[in-house]
Ligand binder design. Structure first.
Ligand SMILES: Cc1cc2nc3c(=O)[nH]c(=O)nc-3n(C[C@H](O)[C@H](O)[C@H](O)COP(=O)(O)OP(=O)(O)OC[C@H]3O[C@@H](n4cnc5c(N)ncnc54)[C@H](O)[C@@H]3O)c2cc1C
Ligand SMILES: NC(=O)c1ccc[n+]([C@@H]2O[C@H](COP(=O)([O-])OP(=O)(O)OC[C@H]3O[C@@H](n4cnc5c(N)ncnc54)[C@H](O)[C@@H]3O)[C@@H](O)[C@H]2O)c1
Length: 447
């Protein structure tokens, strides 16, 4: 059995950043990654960056096949850079193999070259990411035509008719992406409203804009079967008590992602799972086994790259700092769905303010009132903010507007600093920008 002080399982955002950090701080570290096509993890290979690249190239009217090729070139470069970022550290070792626990601190690694290695570690960091949820529907099994987001970005040609199961982050971003390449897109979601957690007024604007692009939206749609005849897929679903059937050239399954614990051998350890089959961690990301941590999507926290990075910061602070940083510090987490225009959120919305019985003010500004939106020739959307009536602190905001994925970070900063809304109302901003409209947003509450 080989011995390492630190073993990281998975080359994700937290894992790779931690491995490099440890190696640069005189600690020997082994990083195990099961696929040589995944050095650097989900985000750079099959997630955030390739999807945004394909979204942008669709807007630039590239042919689908050219955009797929460009995406491949970009991810190859990123993968190589990420590999060397860790592997070139003298104290770091990278193994290409599938790790599974045989004891609390012992692992068996099925190496890509067919050999098996055994390793024991003082500390283990699990960073194995997430995997698509595959609804249990007869016939809905992976094939050349029934794919997840990864394979959708690798298709040989654009599907003329694409069904997307799920209208969440991936569903909506990919709907617009494929629409821009000329596919006829239908989103099927089993909920009554797209973006179920959004305020109804904002969700209606987004839904309307998607429909105006020609994207078909089937809500309250309960998929009952899929029949893949080797050329097309016939989807059958129930909607408003009626049986409906439509044929598609491809089906993208985007029904959520779950923590990836498959094949990890956790049954050979004392590592506990949550009710939702995530690795159970405390606010320091410690599992139920001493000196074993779980970071990133696998621990059941919010599934975003920047959360995985923050998980790294929490563990780094324990190992090398004061040990004070925890998940409880995450009171302000902005998010953005990269639609056109993007939909960005931070804190609570009006729906949540009502549910929490908050005493709040609502500020709202239509995007068409913003000069920069006219310059950008995209006047769709709305700015909306919720403010505590007594303290004047911002409780949350939803920005559905051009450049909102950037502007939201300003509001997040104001919230993190505990600033009253008047700071943004009275601040001097550059012009013409989308952020200067925060002056106008906060002029007078509408409620
Ligand atoms: C299509 C798509 C778009 C996305 N867009 C965004 C976005 O715009 N912004 C954003 O913030 N987030 C986005 N996300 C989410 C984001 O990609 C993830 O939250 C993030 O990458 C998770 O990183 P991680 O550190 O948990 O691990 P990951 O990056 O998922 O890495 C886990 C690694 O572990 C490896 N592995 C798994 N099991 C084993 C094992 N047993 N042995 C060895 N190796 C193993 C895997 O091969 C993988 O490389 C997107 C996700 C998808 C799918
Ligand atoms: N821009 C970003 O930050 C970004 C982009 C992509 C993905 N992500 C991350 O990846 C995660 C996974 O994305 P996702 O879109 O797969 O999940 P999601 O949770 O965002 O959305 C899943 C959707 O599928 C629907 N659904 C579930 N089961 C269904 C069924 N049987 N039939 C019809 N509809 C069904 C749900 O109602 C929901 O609307 C996201 O939650 C997010 O954390 C982030």
């Amino acid at each position: 059995m080989e011995k390492f002080k630190n073993v990281v399982i998975g080359f994700g955002k937290a894992g790779k950043t931690l491995a490099k950090f440890l190696a640069q701080h005189d600690e020997e570290v082994l990083l195990i990654e099961r696929s040589n096509q995944m050095y650097g993890g989900t985000c750079i290979n099959v997630g955030c960056l390739p999807s945004k690249n394909m979204i942008i190239n669709g807007q630039r009217h590239l042919e689908f096949a050219d955009a797929v090729a460009k995406r491949g070139t970009m991810t190859k470069q990123l993968r190589n850079k990420n590999y060397h970022m860790v592997a070139d550290e003298p104290l770091a070792t990278v193994w290409n193999g599938q790790a599974s626990f045989v004891g609390n601190h012992e692992l068996k690694v099925a190496m890509a070259d067919g050999t098996t290695r055994q390793v024991a570690a003082e500390r283990v960091f699990i960073n194995t990411g997430a995997t698509p949820v595959w609804p249990k529907v007869p016939g809905l099994t992976p094939s050349e035509r029934i794919v997840s987001s990864k394979e959708a970005m690798e298709l040989a040609k654009k599907p003329a008719r694409l069904a997307i199961i799920g209208g969440g982050y991936i569903g909506l971003e990919f709907a617009e992406m494929f629409n821009s390449y000329g596919s006829e897109v239908t989103i099927l979601d089993h909920h009554a409203q797209l973006l179920g957690r959004e305020d109804a007024d904002v969700a209606a604007e987004v839904t309307n804009d998607l429909a105006n692009l020609g994207i078909k939206i089937e809500l309250n749609a309960e998929l009952t079967s899929a029949t893949d005849n080797g050329q097309q897929v016939l989807l059958t679903y129930q909607q408003a008590g009626q049986k409906r059937q439509t044929e598609f050239d491809a089906v993208l399954v985007a029904a959520g992602r779950r923590p990836n614990i498959d094949g990890l051998g956790l049954e050979n350890t004392d590592i506990a799972l949550t009710k939702r089959d995530a690795i159970q961690v405390d606010q320091y990301l410690r599992t139920t086994v001493p000196n074993v941590w779980a970071l990133g999507d696998v621990n059941g926290g919010p599934m975003f790259t920047y959360i995985s990075l923050d998980d790294f910061r929490i563990v780094k602070d324990q190992l090398f700092g004061e040990g004070k940083r925890t998940t409880a510090d995450r009171n302000v987490v902005p998010t953005a769905s990269f639609l056109t225009p993007p939909l960005a959120n931070v804190g609570i919305n009006e729906r949540q303010a009502q549910a929490d019985n908050k005493d709040y003010l609502v500020f709202k500004l239509p995007v068409k009132a913003i000069p920069k939106a006219r310059v950008l020739e995209d006047q769709r959307g709305v700015y909306k903010a919720i403010v505590d009536r007594d303290s004047h602190r911002i409780l949350g905001a939803t920005l559905y507007a051009a450049e909102s994925h950037e502007t939201i970070n300003l509001i997040a900063l104001a919230m993190k600093a505990g600033l009253p809304y008047e700071t943004l109302r009275d601040m001097i901003f550059t012009h013409p920008t989308m952020s200067e409209a925060l002056n106008d947003l906060f002029k007078a509450p509408v409620k």
